[in-house]
Design a binder for this molecule. Structure first.
Ligand SMILES: [Zn+2]
Length: 299
């Protein structure tokens, strides 16, 4: 990342002008990835190898610095709060990831303490422990984890999170590649049992955008994050249907900025420009890029 210092500095200036122009104190990004270094390297190797879970696409990662460089860059961008989205792909891993994430949050005060889960016998216990330890947001990855979010073993965890009002960002849409349990139907079963669950549908639910907007219409605590949606990259393979734009406007208080930083194949600024060009206006951008998350997380 150091070799492109000037370009990054220039981008940071543009990002700051974006939120400053809206009269915001900065951005809140609910979908950024921080994880133990060797796990992150494995994720990057996977993207480099165009693996099937990313639809076999060419996906050059833009921000491959050391952890300290990556957090410094978010601060340069003026991201006032962000998350450490991490997730297990097998049992016996979530508790360890949660330990790492708690430590990361302790040494990174602008990171919202993040935790994760997996359907396994002790999930209720470690989710409770994580909430008691101050976790502010959870991440669930239905595609990589290859589990049914309505799995019986997860019921105590969803119940606890709903009761505690702790949001969970869930990658549950079938993009960039479908999984056995992706799509709106399994999530609808979770919400039928836990209607107050503060579910944040990652990536606007791409490509099932309209089905997930429907869940947000139906459940007041369902929100969606913008991660990668509306960008040139996502529009090329899963375009957001223009006819649904008025629904985005109507749900303007339930859409949250997410970026997927650092694992994005384009500059951070492009996500912001992609939101801007939707043409939904400055009030909408202010809510999405900062105010909705500020309210949700008390920041
Ligand atoms: Zn992500």
């Amino acid at each position: 990342m150091s070799s492109t210092r000037a370009a990054v500095g220039e981008e940071a200036g543009e990002v700051r002008r974006f939120w400053d122009g809206l009269g915001l104190p900065g951005l809140i990004d609910v979908h950024t990835h921080f994880m133990p270094e060797r796990v992150l390297r494995k994720v990057w190797d996977y993207f480099d190898a165009n693996g099937p879970l990313i639809g076999g696409m060419t996906w050059p990662i833009t921000y491959r610095g050391q952890e300290a460089e990556r957090t410094a860059l978010l601060r340069e961008f003026g991201v006032r709060a962000f998350t450490a989205m991490l997730y297990p792909h097998k049992p016996g891993m979530a508790r360890w990831l949660n330990g790492w994430a708690a430590d990361f949050a302790r040494r990174t005060p602008d990171c919202l303490h993040t935790a994760t889960l997996y359907p396994e016998p002790d999930v209720g216990t470690y989710v409770r422990e994580a909430v008691e330890a101050g976790a502010r947001v959870f991440k669930a990855h239905v595609q990589v984890g290859a589990y049914d979010p309505a799995d019986e073993r997860l019921q105590p965890a969803w119940g606890l999170l709903a009761e505690a009002g702790v949001p969970v960002v869930m990658h549950c849409g079938s993009g960039p590649a479908p999984g056995e349990h992706t799509g709106p139907e399994p999530v609808a079963r979770v919400l039928a049992r836990h209607p107050r669950l503060r579910l944040i549908v990652a990536h606007m639910g791409m490509p099932e955008y309209e089905d997930f907007l429907g869940l947000a219409d139906r459940y007041d605590e369902v929100r969606l994050d913008t991660t990668m949606a509306f960008t040139d990259f996502a529009e090329a393979f899963t375009p957001f249907p223009r006819r649904a734009l008025p629904r985005l406007a109507a749900l303007g208080d339930r859409i949250l900025l997410g970026s997927d930083f650092p694992n994005i194949p384009y500059p951070y600024l492009h996500q912001l420009r992609a939101l801007e060009r939707l043409g939904l206006g400055q009030d909408w951008l202010r809510a999405v890029c900062h105010d909705n998350a500020a309210k949700l997380f008390g920041r």
